[in-house]
Design a protein around this ligand. Structure first.
Ligand SMILES: Nc1ncnc2c1ncn2[C@@H]1O[C@H](COP(=O)(O)OP(=O)(O)OP(=O)(O)O)[C@@H](O)[C@H]1O
Length: 275
C-alpha cells in the first residue's frame, strides 16, 4: 500500500515499546501560528487495540489525535514538527496525499455529523468519493452491520440520516467512517454528545470494532477509558514557560496507568487531585 504515487521511505520512529503499532507518532512540536500547543509526545496506536487519550482540557488530546490522519491540515496556522509513521510511511513526508491518508485512517467526531442525505448515501459517501467499483449495497449493509445499526435502519435506508436519534446518528457516522475499510479509526470524544444509554451502546460497539480496526479515542471521561481502552495515554499542560503547552506524561496499559501510575502528575489526575 502506498500513500502517494511514489513510494516514501519508512521513517525510523523506533521510539516506543516493542509492540505492534498501526501508527507511531513522534511529535516534537505542534504550533497554531506562534502558539506552541503540544510538545514532546511519542504515542502509538496499537494494532487491534483501543488506545485512549486522557488529560485536562487544553492539553492537546484532540490536536494530537487529529494529527494522526492530517485532519489538522485543514487549519492553515497548524504546523507539526516530527513524524507520524503509518505502516512504514511518514504521513507528513513530501508527496503524501492527505486524502489518501484519511482513506486509511478514518475519523469520528464529537458531534454526530451525518450529511443531509439518506442513510444509504451517508454510508456510500466515502466509497463514491474513492470511486468504489464493487457491490455498493453489500458494502453499505456490511458497514451498517458493523456499526450495529443495520437492524434499526434496514427498512428506511432512503430516509434522511438527520431523522435518526443522536446515538443512531453517531453509529451512522461510524458506519460512514468504516465503509471505506480503513485500518485505523480515530474517535474524538465520540460519546460526549450522547445520553448514557447511547454512550453504552457506542462503547460496546468500540469493543467489537477493535476486532477489525486499530482504534484511538479521546475521552474526557476517565471511566470510559477504563471501560474501553487497552492502553491509555495521559497528557498534561505545562504552564512553566508562561504558556499552556500540552505534553504526554505517560502511556501504559490502562489498568497500570490508573492503579499504579509511574508519574505523580498522572497519580494526581486519576485520583481527582488535579487542579
Ligand atoms: N484551530 C485552533 N487554532 C488555534 N488554537 C487551537 C486550535 N485548536 C486548538 N487550539 C489550542 O490548542 C490547545 C490544545 O487544544 P486541544 O483542543 O487539542 O486540547 P484538548 O486536550 O483536546 O482539549 P479539550 O479536552 O478541552 O477538548 C488549546 O490551547 C487550544 O486552545
Amino acid at each position: 500500500m502506498s500513500l502517494a504515487a511514489v513510494d516514501i521511505p519508512a521513517s525510523d520512529a523506533g521510539i516506543l515499546p516493542d509492540r505492534d503499532y498501526a501508527i507511531r507518532a513522534d511529535v516534537s512540536k505542534i504550533f497554531y501560528g506562534d502558539f506552541l500547543a503540544v510538545r514532546d509526545s511519542r504515542i502509538g496506536v496499537e494494532k487491534g487495540k483501543i488506545t485512549g487519550f486522557i488529560g485536562p482540557s487544553g492539553c492537546g488530546k484532540s490536536t494530537v489525535l487529529r494529527s494522526l490522519n492530517r485532519m489538522n491540515d485543514l487549519i492553515p496556522i497548524f504546523r507539526l514538527e516530527g513524524t507520524v509513521d503509518f505502516m512504514g510511511q511518514d504521513i507528513y513526508a513530501k508527496g503524501v496525499d492527505p486524502v489518501a491518508v484519511r482513506r486509511y485512517i478514518g475519523m469520528v467526531f464529537q458531534q454526530p455529523n451525518p450529511f443531509s442525505m439518506s442513510i444509504y448515501e451517508n454510508v456510500a459517501f466515502g466509497l463514491r468519493l474513492n470511486r468504489f467499483k464493487g457491490d455498493m449495497d453489500e458494502r453499505v449493509q456490511s458497514a451498517l452491520e458493523k456499526a450495529g445499526l443495520w437492524k434499526e435502519v434496514k427498512d428506511k435506508l432512503k430516509q434522511s440520516g438527520l431523522a435518526l436519534s443522536g446515538g443512531q446518528q453517531q453509529r451512522l457516522c461510524i458506519a460512514r467512517a468504516i465503509a471505506t475499510q480503513p485500518s485505523v479509526l480515530l474517535m474524538d470524544e465520540p460519546c460526549s454528545a450522547l445520553d448514557p444509554i447511547a454512550t453504552r451502546i457506542v462503547e460496546e460497539l468500540m469493543l467489537e470494532l477493535k476486532q477489525d480496526f486499530s482504534v484511538a479515542i479521546v475521552t474526557h471521561n476517565m471511566q470510559q477509558a477504563v471501560r474501553v481502552a487497552d492502553t491509555t495515554a495521559f497528557f498534561s499542560v505545562d504552564i512553566s514557560q508562561g504558556g499552556r503547552t500540552g505534553f504526554l506524561v505517560e502511556v501504559g496499559p490502562t489498568k497500570q496507568l490508573f492503579d499504579e501510575p509511574r508519574e505523580k502528575l498522572t497519580r494526581d489526575y486519576v485520583s481527582g487531585q488535579f487542579s
